[in-house]
Design a protein around this ligand. Structure first.
Ligand SMILES: Cc1cc2nc3c(=O)[nH]c(=O)nc-3n(C[C@H](O)[C@H](O)[C@H](O)COP(=O)(O)O)c2cc1C
Length: 324
């Protein structure tokens, strides 16, 4: 399938694996890219520019295909070494960067000078337009369904995607709640040029996470995620567990007086224990409502091939309907 996104990124299928903390290692990115999609290494998970450079080199050993690096711009007091991470990306010969979080304007000049394509992930039409205005090449439009940070507007993709199509000139992909060929065709129908998936890619053979994480996604239904940290205006969609219930109780008890300090036990530094050790109740971890549509653990190639086949079948069925 050829779309503006496959052309822009030099990939076979219009399917992107969004950056995911403690999931987006070289194994994940290479598996998706080898299957014809765009795999993405998560920059901040690597920690330092040197470690990111090493991860990029490992990914290059595993695939000849294009892959990207995610740079999430967090509101922290001690920011990561973004210039160093950007340097590692450029020197590593990476061709695509997925930015997320805050406005990426400060990162753009060196990336653009190096000829790197930048896709900014954001959760509203106004932020998408801002990304277009500052020179991003594409946008990943992340609806309310998404795993991770859906923003504070709560607009689901059935509204958000056509709204983005009505306003944007640069290409965009859908993100949030995407799982299969139906998601891809629906995204294309609503004006997207491809789709981005997070949670779905965790439940694959190659995802370098503990088996417990994959089984938790399989066991979860669309009713099992919760929104946390809304009082801090840093809303995150996570899979419900004992730590999340504790966190929500604190939010109820403390109301507007709650601070990040109050919930540090549930959110700080929990990802390695969950993703690497499979300690599933250790804290809050991002997961999309799409867990309800995930029933198996295929390889990335099986997953992507299946999505493309299903998408083609649906399009053919629709063409037959339109002609009837
Ligand atoms: C476990 C997990 C960790 C994530 N970490 C990040 C991250 O570090 N940076 C980022 O930009 N997005 C992150 N995301 C969001 C994904 O890139 C993607 O936008 C989202 O999962 C899409 O929604 P879906 O899960 O419904 O497919 C994360 C998502 C998950 C499930």
């Amino acid at each position: 399938m050829k779309t503006a996104i496959t052309e822009m990124f030099g990939i076979e299928h219009p399917i992107i694996q969004g950056g995911m903390h403690y999931v987006g290692f070289a194994e994940m990115a290479a598996a998706v890219s080898n299957a014809g999609g765009l795999g993405i290494i998560t920059g901040l998970t690597q920690g330092t520019p040197e470690k990111l450079a090493n991860e990029i080199a490992r990914c290059k050993d595993m695939t000849d295909k294009p892959f990207g690096v995610n740079l999430t711009i967090l509101p922290t007091l001690t920011p990561p070494d973004y210039p160093g991470l950007v340097k590692a990306i450029i020197e590593g010969g990476v061709t695509v960067v997925e930015t997320a979080g805050r406005n990426p304007v400060d990162l753009l000049p060196p990336l653009k000078d190096a000829g790197i394509k930048v896709i900014h992930k954001c959760t509203s039409v106004r932020h998408s337009l801002k990304a277009q205005e500052i020179g991003c090449d594409a946008v990943s439009v992340d609806g309310f369904e998404c795993g991770g940070h859906p923003g504070e507007d709560d607009v689901p993709n059935f509204i958000l995607l056509p709204r983005a199509a009505d306003e944007l000139e640069i290409p965009f992909v859908s993100s949030g709640g995407m799982a299969d060929g139906r998601s891809l065709v629906a995204s294309l129908a609503m004006g997207a040029q491809g789709m981005n998936m997070g949670t779905r890619f965790i439940a694959t053979k190659e995802a370098p996470v503990h088996e417990n994480v994959k089984q938790a996604i399989l066991a979860a239904s669309e009713l099992d995620t919760r929104l946390v940290m809304r009082p801090l205006r840093n809303t995150e969609r996570v899979l419900n567990n004992a730590a999340v219930e504790r966190l929500i109780q604190k939010e109820k008890d403390l109301g507007d007086a709650i601070t990040i300090q109050d919930i540090l036990p549930e959110v700080a530094g929990v990802y390695p224990k969950i993703m690497m050790e499979g300690a599933m109740d250790e804290g809050a971890w991002s997961c999309g409502m799409v867990a309800g549509l995930i029933y198996d653990i295929p390889t990335c190639k099986e997953l992507i091939d299946r999505i493309m086949l299903q998408a083609e079948e649906i399009i053919a069925r629709m063409q037959a309907m339109a002609r009837a």
